[in-house]
Design a protein. Structure first.
Length: 201
């Protein structure tokens, strides 16, 4: 009987699934694009956060009725690098007696001005009006009586600040004027609560 040699079955061959390398490439591209977005976002957010704006929470009642406890504010830090603080600006600054604390108050008098508090009125004298004028605050503090009797002439880069709640505010009437270097920035936006969101000029 003739011997018949049977051929062994061939081993199955495996070919890489078409598109496998393409999928890996897409994953790498996705990771790379995500990293680029993160890096670019940080490059924008970090300078904005540390050099342009800063968040701030109101603490206490010294700025009522215009600002209340726990309101969330955004502070503009760039404006005073380009220009000068103005009367009426609402600012955040370092408390001179404890620079670790930050206060919010309103600028009342500017460098080289003389401010006098008497009988509930605020009188300001400067080079333009040497005889002085009575500060009108009715647009933001109607029917407000300012306690205190004092008179002071400010030096260069000094500002006299007060809280809007004049009967419950630790301000320049107690600790004197603040220096320009103490000022962090001006209040730009009230972001919380939602029903009081405001952009300040």
């Amino acid at each position: 009987m003739p011997f018949i040699q049977k051929s062994l079955p061939k081993k199955p061959s495996f070919k890489p699934v078409a598109g496998g390398d393409q999928i890996k490439g897409q994953i790498k591209d996705f990771i790379w694009e995500t990293l680029k977005v993160i890096v670019i976002s940080l490059a924008i957010i970090i300078p904005v956060r540390y050099f342009l704006i800063q968040p701030f929470y109101v603490k206490g009642a010294s700025m009522e009725p215009n600002f209340y406890d726990h309101e969330y504010l955004i502070i503009d830090e760039i404006s005073y690098r380009l220009g000068e603080p103005e009367r009426g600006d609402i600012i955040v600054f370092r408390y001179p007696n404890d620079p670790s604390q930050f206060f919010i108050k309103r600028i009342i008098a500017l460098p080289f001005e003389t401010i006098a508090l008497n009988n509930g009125q605020i009188k300001i004298s400067n080079k333009k009006t040497p005889d002085g004028f009575i500060l009108d605050e009715n647009n933001y503090l109607p029917n407000t009586h300012t306690q205190g009797n004092t008179s002071i002439t400010l030096e260069a880069d000094q500002y006299f600040i007060m809280g809007d709640n004049r009967s419950s505010s630790l301000d320049s009437r107690m600790f004197g004027p603040i220096e320009r270097t103490d000022i962090i920035g001006r209040v730009w936006v009230r972001g919380w609560p939602f029903n009081r969101i405001t952009v300040f000029n």
